[in-house]
Ligand binder design. Structure first.
Ligand code: SF4
Ligand code: SF4
Length: 209
């Protein structure tokens, strides 16, 4: 699901798209802040716990078991953009059927052959979900089986990640903390979200050639 980082992760850049999509630049800034916070929190916890991070490449059963990954409107727009504009055509076609048939209770539709196909634009909740000690067992949701082994994200970085995307929202709030609270109140659930509209958009794109 996520990769351990020895140095602070780099912000992703899509310069041509960011030129005409200011929200995308804000979203990528926000994710870079969140990823830095995760890397710092992991390094601190490895020292404190004297345990290694369990998460790593090729490990993703949490993407099948988790039932409540938070998703916010700016992240949703980012996922739509990535799927429609950046994903290779065969990969997008493979995703379409997953999205069209997705229902609550099924594994995340973006997990295909053990990999997250929207990894660069995966939501904050996925970025921040990390576990220490042993890798999760199949069907294990460590949030419930060993809450103490799950990383607690650094609040300051989470708040800054949300503050970075305030411009995406039509808010009259002058106070950043209040604006962040407003954004966080607009939460969806990735697993129960209706992804059929995105599947339909993919079909339309295929027809348009
Ligand atoms: S160890 Fe658990 S939480 Fe971490 S990537 Fe693997 S399945 Fe997910
Ligand atoms: S979007 Fe889905 S597949 Fe990707 S990391 Fe999150 S839960 Fe896993």
């Amino acid at each position: 699901m996520k990769k351990p980082q020895s140095a602070l992760p780099q912000r992703l850049h899509y310069p041509d798209d960011e030129k005409h999509l200011p929200w995308l630049a804000a979203l990528l800034d926000g994710y870079a802040i969140a990823d830095a916070g995760v890397a710092i929190a992991i390094a601190n916890e490895i020292k404190r716990r004297k345990k290694r991070l369990a998460c790593g490449k090729g490990c993703g059963s949490c993407c099948e078991t988790q039932k409540d990954v938070p998703l916010y409107p700016h992240e949703l727009v980012g996922i739509y953009w990535y799927v429609m504009e950046k994903m290779a055509t065969p990969e997008r076609e493979g995703l379409k059927s997953r999205l069209a048939s997705h229902a609550a209770g099924l594994p995340c539709p973006f997990l295909i052959r053990g990999s997250c196909v929207i990894h660069p634009l995966r939501p904050l909740g996925c970025r921040q979900f990390n576990v220490f000690g042993s890798r999760c067992l199949p069907d294990e949701d460590p949030f419930f089986t060993r809450r103490g082994g799950v990383l607690t994200p650094l609040v300051e970085y989470t708040d800054r990640a949300f503050a970075a995307v305030i411009s995406f929202y039509d808010t009259n709030e002058k106070n950043a903390a209040a604006a962040v609270r407003d954004i966080r109140a607009q939460i969806f659930n990735l697993q129960t979200f209706d992804w059929k509209k995105l599947a339909a958009n993919i079909s339309q794109k295929e027809k348009a050639g």
